[in-house]
Design a protein around this ligand. Structure first.
Ligand code: PEP
Length: 259
């Protein structure tokens, strides 16, 4: 089963609107060499207009880092999925562990946001984390499976092709210590099998699942050659445009070897 590899930069609360265009102008022309890899840049809301403008007529997709679950209304400070779609945003990260841990996002909220994104034509990247407080492998597996099941509740099979999952063990995020490729592969396989139990094997085989957590050029290849790792979600390392291209190039090489 061939799934298009993908590299997603999560800029988090970094960069200024005036910095977005320069990054995109560095990355865009180089992507022509890696047409088999999708490239997504996710930025904070205040950057999105500038990012969409700079990425027009390029292969770069722009993503948001969060969204609310209602389309409109009296929700001061929240971002409407309809407004994101109207701006030209195609992708949105939902349930990042920083949202879950610092802003108390629950599985139920992640599910509502996922359904709202899909209803508005967006492609959600749903982040699945690990619980640092759980020490047994069984409990950890149960935690991961439960997040997958809860986040995908009510998603129709026809919508699943627009969904991506990102396995992001909390301890690996921003720590400089990525998970070992073999252990990450085991978790991603388990996530895919959970989706197979919900939607059937054929649908699960088409779903793109990413790994995130301290990915950098020195470890990206070994992660991306794993059969269930279809792409990477990258924070720190992707703040640099040249490193982002390096990661796209590594994704292209790794997936060509794995074919
Ligand atoms: C992330 O925030 O999604 C992430 C993976 O961050 P980092 O690459 O910095 O660990």
């Amino acid at each position: 089963m061939k799934r298009q590899p993908i590299v997603v930069a999560n800029w988090k609360m970094n960069k200024l609107p005036s910095e977005a265009a320069g990054y995109i102008q560095t990355v865009a022309p180089k992507l022509a060499d890696y047409e088999q890899v999708d490239a997504v840049l996710a930025g904070q809301d205040v950057l999105l207009d500038a990012m969409v403008s700079a990425a027009r007529d390029t292969r770069i997709e722009i993503g948001a880092e969060n969204v609310y679950w209602e389309d409109r209304g009296a929700y001061t400070g929240e971002t409407s999925p309809a407004a994101l779609a109207d701006l030209g945003i195609r992708v949105v990260i939902i349930g990042h562990s920083e949202r879950r841990n610092y802003f108390r996002e629950t599985d139920e909220m992640v599910n509502l946001k996922t359904l709202a994104a899909l209803r508005n034509g967006l492609c959600p990247i749903i982040a699945i984390d690990e619980a640092v407080q759980l020490t047994s492998e069984n409990d950890q597996a149960h935690w991961i499976v439960n997040q997958v099941v809860e986040s995908l509740k009510g998603v129709q099979e026809a919508e699943l092709s627009r969904v991506m999952l990102a396995y992001e063990p909390t301890a690996a995020i921003g720590s400089g210590q990525a998970m070992s490729p073999e252990i990450a592969q085991k978790s991603l396989y388990m996530i895919r099998q959970t989706v197979a139990d919900m939607f059937g094997q054929a649908a699960a085989d088409q779903l793109r699942i990413l790994y995130g957590g301290s990915v950098k050029p020195t470890n990206a290849y070994d992660l991306l050659v794993q059969p269930d790792i279809d792409g990477v979600l990258v924070g720190d390392a992707a703040l640099d445009a040249t490193t982002f291209i390096e990661l796209v190039s590594l994704a292209s090489q790794a997936k060509r070897i794995a074919e």
